[in-house]
Design a protein around this ligand. Structure first.
Ligand code: MN3
Length: 249
């Protein structure tokens, strides 16, 4: 966290404490202030309470809902084992390393300063919450409205867009993600390694994620084994274009 931001938070917290104390009936904050001669202690106490905490969203559909594209066992293990572990591990890191960013946005914008544990598990926590939401059993097919207009305007056609996105997914060596992002009003396609994402201050691909595809082997190996190309080709049938549209602000 940079100095000016630290100062800002410290000052705003101080202001909060003073305001609180001037109100009657809030004895706890007053007690902290009066019992301590060191204002830094107050700052630390309050900042801990405001620290970020990642939580796992409820899966928006049942484990078998994306069959036959994503099989039930893969969905169950992916959500209940892999994703749950990322959530637990990032929250452990936040506590152990006293990470005190107040928002996910700030956490990722300062990712280059975090430990590998915080960065990798923070990415894993966020990326999967995103991934579950951009899939649906009831849609798939082609996007409409402003999404198709933007895609056609940038890539020429939906087919060309799918070709470029598939290329990003296929050429990501090892584990990672393929993304469609909005960067300063422009659509971009790219990929990130491991659990990195375009919100992080690392790597070349930056922007607001609109669509993301997990290409870790754990996402497809039980059903597709080494055939990542078939997984990617079938995945278009479960893309939730309404969620993509919501993120295009
Ligand atoms: Mn995964």
């Amino acid at each position: 966290m940079n100095t000016s931001r630290r100062k800002f938070i410290k000052n705003s917290l101080k202001a909060t404490v003073i305001t609180t104390i001037s109100a009657p009936g809030i004895s706890k904050a007053a007690a902290i202030l009066t019992s301590s001669s060191n204002p830094v202690v107050i700052h630390t106490e309050i900042q801990k309470a405001a620290a970020i905490n990642f939580s796992q969203i409820a899966l928006p559909y049942s484990y078998n809902a994306l069959e036959p594209v994503i099989d039930t066992m893969t969905m169950d293990i992916h959500y209940n084992k892999h994703h749950t572990a990322y959530i637990k591990n990032v929250n452990d890191a936040i506590i152990a390393e006293k990470i005190d960013f107040a928002s996910e946005k700030d956490f990722f914008a300062n990712c280059s300063k975090l430990s590998p544990k915080a960065r990798n598990n923070g990415g894993g926590a966020w990326n999967h919450n995103f991934f579950w939401q951009v899939m649906t059993p009831t849609q798939g097919g082609a996007p409409t409205g402003k999404v198709i207009e933007a895609i056609n305007g940038t890539f020429g056609s939906f087919e060309k867009f799918k070709e470029l996105f598939t290329q990003a997914a296929m050429t990501r060596f090892g584990s990672g993600w393929a993304w469609l992002v909005l960067d300063s009003g422009k659509l971009k396609i790219g990929s990130t390694p491991n659990q990195d994402n375009p919100l992080m201050d690392v790597g070349d691909l930056r922007g607001t994620p609109l669509l993301g595809l997990d290409v870790w082997e754990h996402a497809y190996y039980l059903k597709y084994q080494n055939k990542r190309n078939e997984y990617v080709a079938n995945w278009w049938n479960v893309v939730n274009w309404n969620e993509v549209a919501k993120r295009m602000i």
